[in-house]
Design a protein. Sequence first.
Lengths: 471, 499
Amino acid sequence: MGALAAVEYLSNYMDKKLINEFEILLGKDRVLSETEELLCYSYDATSKDFMPDAVVFPLNAEEISKIVKLCLKYNNTPIVGRGSGSGFSGGSLPLKGGVVVSFTKMNRILELDEENMFVTVEPGIINADLKSYLSEKGYFYPPDPASYEFSTIGGNVAECSGGPSAVKYGVTKDYVAALEVITGEGEIIDTGSKTVKNVSGYNLTQLFTGSEGTLGLFSKITLKILSKPEANSLILVSFDDINSGFNAAISLLKLRNRPSMLEFMDKSSIESVKGYFKSDIIKIEGNFLFIVEADGSQEEVDKFIREYEKILKEFSPIFLFASGKDEDKKVIMDARKAISPSLRKYGDLKINNDIAVPINKIPEMLSFLEETSRKYDIPIINFGHFGDGNIHVNIMLDKNNGGMVQKGERAKYDILKKTVELGGSLSGEHGIGLEKKEFMKLKYGDYYMNVLKNIKKAFDPQNIINPGKIF
Amino acid sequence: MKDKDKYAEEHNSTYLNCVHCGKCLPVCPSYSIGLNEFFSPRGRVRLILTDNADELPLRASKVAESMSACLLCVRCVKICPNDVKIDELVIDEKIKLNESADRAFSIEKIALKALKNKRKVLLKSALKIANIPVIEKLAGRYAPHPEGKSFIADRDLIFNADTAVTQSPSGNHPALRASLLERRGVIGESIDTSLENPRSLLLKKEEVIRQSADESGRNVFKAGYFSGCVFNGIYPQISTCTVTSLTENGIEVFVPKMQGCCGLPFISSGDVKSFRELALNNARAFKDKNLDYIVTSCASCSYSINKLYTLYFNENDENYPEILNFSKKLMNIWSFFKELEKSGIEIKKGKLKKETEAVFHIPCHLSNMPEFRPSSANENLIGEAGFIADKIIGLKLKPLKYNYCCGNGGMFNIRHYDLSKEITKRKFEEIKEASPQEILTSCSGCIFSLKDQKGILEKNETMPVNHLISLYAGSLQGKVRYDCITSDLSNDSKAGIVI
């Protein structure tokens, strides 16, 4: 693995004096520098690892600013922000060693502005903790990445995370209203405002959102919030004919009251879950299956579900089950959640791509994926968020089979190339980071890449903030 | 060490399945306090992987620091999408460290020694003999004081079903009377029933499978009772209450004198040798008694016996069948009552003298059967224990928002008292929010930590902590319930640790 090499490379990299300065600034208990401790900050949810030279736990913007300035003073030491380290693209990995800034101790809710409907938080708060805090007060923060129970808002903003609710509610960027950011020069800047309308210079808030931690470190995040929907109900529906299923889903999206979730499973993932998940009330079958959610007031939900059912039935589904009961909803969601663990039987190495294509290209993409799977003779399991064309493509490999791993990499290349051809995006929600860096040229030319680099330079002239990511 | 093949095949290489997703972080009590991944399940798995792969030279003392702060609460194991057996990995790493390390003098060592020696004197007076005063002295804090004499006698005991058992200490039942007398220090009237009572224990096998008829034609279940150290030596009334609840429901209860510590404190300290000795001793104590079930009312004992016993014996070991048999028969008290119900036995309802609003702290080691489906509001709230809560008229359960860990973690509480207390503090935040009249639970470790309320509640304020089974036993009698464990709060609110 990479850790050992990284350690040898970096053993004399960081000036011991810098660690001393951190300890003076933050106190010894907020600085980690022993190998065993650093090892626990060398990974994220990718299968790559890189050892940092130190981990620091700041508590406020001033401390972060001083940390950045110290890093500039000592040999332009790299700085990488980290929340829960749950990313799929390597955004929080210290590729070039240096300091990991852990935001976990900055996890407070600073202000709930009920009149303007905004909440201001520190970046280390867990998405689910914010959701449950707001829910008690009758409010709602929709973005729900699969990792919402453990990923931080800071990480969500850095990667512009999204989840099933995107079909109705959008993704993180649709909620970030203002940021406090520490730049690569250690300056503290405020972007955005608590107003829906704001045209005053470039929209830096949106630029920072999804910047994968390469432009600066967040210390305060102001998010737009909504009123909590009173109720929700689910429908699980499946089709033998892929086109019928596809057209049924498209019809739901055209409605004035579109579903608040539209998750789909293609033939490959239906097969995978079928043998793994057992239930008395629902059947996992067919070639195209999706889960639809309606939310709103109880009255609205009942009305929407009737409307959805009526439409779906026109496309001759082979199975349809609707319920608003908690226990039924749990079973339905459990079937969806069973996909990931059910994949294990196909291999111990997963290349996980979260491509996004225009919705009308989903069937074309799915049949291309099926072909690719056949062409390379490797299992490719797909599921995703229909409403935004976001497909999770899981190429399943045997770690110890070198030939197979190579084939997998080739398949990944083909798939990303096709994605770009179809006018799609290399990453819907995970980000580029390390994992897809080399594929950027599939989509963007030199001029475009230079513009990106120059933007980074404007905030981080010494290239110390999360170097080596995106480009 | 465990059998090598079994080691590789079954679980000990599950660290390879870890994909570092981070899902285990928020559920880990030791991570939740410092928010430092060195003390997290994912961090521990990474350390273990690196140590096993010899990737990097790691210092044993530093690795031990991370492992020792694991409470073995198993929350991470439950939530892991990739079936990484983090508890087993941590235990194995501790065994490895334990074998290589020159173990220094520690409070932990004293406590373990006391537990083990005590077994040798037939578990007569449990922990109070040696370790409590020592820990108290060394750690500069109070420990809970034993309430009354130990439950387990120096002879096997039988409690007949539905007899005078629960009515008064002067009831006629010889075995009960013997035990009561014994506990008062009167010796000589006890009867060793294990060999002499043909009706109960030495029936032919076919007669005792599940149900058999006693003399009056009633159906009788037979269960062994495994008390665990704490409910024997410190809170013997909880054992009395457990046995009462069983006999009142027509269960005949057998309590062998030879049982001892379940071994969890040892294995969680990496001492696999003592763990095996204790496991074997316990299995043998209940062997050949033709028992339908063996019941415990301590969640941690059931984790140790159900989950860990078979893992640390080689399948080819001559003792393996005994261990397996014992491990399979043992059940936590709540599952047992559910099992009875499934067998068509109606569990009695009881009534509290005074209506009580309470919370039930679900012990981390009280994991419900996978196929368990809640069928009442109380079951929905607290799992199988809710079945007994349903039977207590006048008990109103209030929900706890997060069901946080109590912070005890057995030896963890001894090794890292300050951390443990921080976790307990967090637990009390959700308890205070529910503002119950009392706290119920069903694990010895949890009771210790929940009773350690100094510095958490206001001065002079205490909140009673009770075992749910005590409340049930009391409700069955329709009189003031057994105040099994509340009485020491007034003079012993600093209670801490023991196992």
